[in-house]
Design a protein around this ligand. Sequence first.
Ligand code: GDD
Ligand code: MN
Length: 380
Amino acid sequence: MATRFAELPEEFAPEPVAVSGGYDLAVVVPTRNEAGNVARIVASLDVALRGTRFEILFVDDWSTDGTAAAIAELARGRADIRVLRRFGRSGLASAVVEGMMATMAPVVAVIDGDGQHDERLLPRLHKAVANGAADVAIGSRYCADGSTGVWNERRLRASRAATRLSRLVLRTPVADPMSGLFAIRRDAVDALLPRLSGRGFKILFDLLTSAPEPLRIVELPYRFRLREHGDSKLGPAVAIDYLVTILDRLVRRYLPSRLVMFAGVGTLGLGIHLGVLRAMLAAQPSFARAQAVAVAVAIAFNFVANNAVTFRDRRLSGWRLVAGLASFYAVCGLGALANVGAGAVLFAHHQRWWVSGVAGAVVGSLWNFAASTLVTWRRR
Ligand code: GDD
Ligand code: MN
């Protein structure tokens, strides 16, 4: 049996200081074309966090305005300023997550690199998390005394609508779940990593909605400032991405996402089936033969698509692909029998023809899903 940590002599116990890298707090600053702003951010953090052992971790996504060079200049002779540069990728949420993963500090805070957030809130956000009062401490524009500052009507309305929409999927009431200014325990982030969508702009929202148990939250008000240099990256694409995330969370709560993908693939497969059937019938008159070819093609399509999407984490390749296709044909064959059987039973009990038909299709599809999960794409 392997030796467990508890059985090791005391001197092997990890030292908390070594684990945190000596810092009590890491401030993650995502940047994209913020060359004109980074010096001020560093200066303001140095002032606001005087007396705290903290490091600054920039995550720069391929800026083209010299942001990385500006950061390098600031980091000269300072071990507490680092930059994680990502190549050919972007996305605020994943940038922040990767920044959090690159530090060993027990608490991580996030602040925008453009000076719009009030860094003077950081000591209190840090303290609320460090002393155990909360898992997450949020700088909030919407709770009492908070403010969005000077914003145009359109952005204000959009932001409010997005916040209201978020209530659909948040289990704890949060006044400003889109905030980009917050602090969180790093081990809480670690625990949530496998569940994060990591997509899009709203990292806090992603964290809050991924937690299986509601996180303990503290919100502190601040006033959102005006941007002085550069442009906001928040645009229509960000809004669409946000809606997709909400949908994803809703669906994930009520239906297992694999089943949803399987059903989506199946619907496309039905389209393929009808397309092939029509093309075959145009070329030759035998319905039975045309239908048989259409079924074979549709099942093969379902197999390939499910292999690439629904079961991508268990994807089959090489010879396994051939064996998998054979087992999927077998599974779907039995599914067709289940479909016909269930439909016939209902029809015999005087159900309407279409109720019987739909019920048969549902039973057959559920069978296909369950059986192919257990056989074709079984866990190895
Ligand atoms: N690394 C990286 N990658 N950084 C990015 C990316 C990206 O793809 N996109 C934006 N950033 C950086 C910007 O350089 C800036 O430092 C910060 O993230 C926020 O981006 P802005 O473009 O300034 O966003 P905003 O001011 O419109 O939005 C702010 O308010 C929102 C609430 O309305 C942000 O704080 C959002 O997080 C917040 O949700
Ligand atoms: Mn901004």
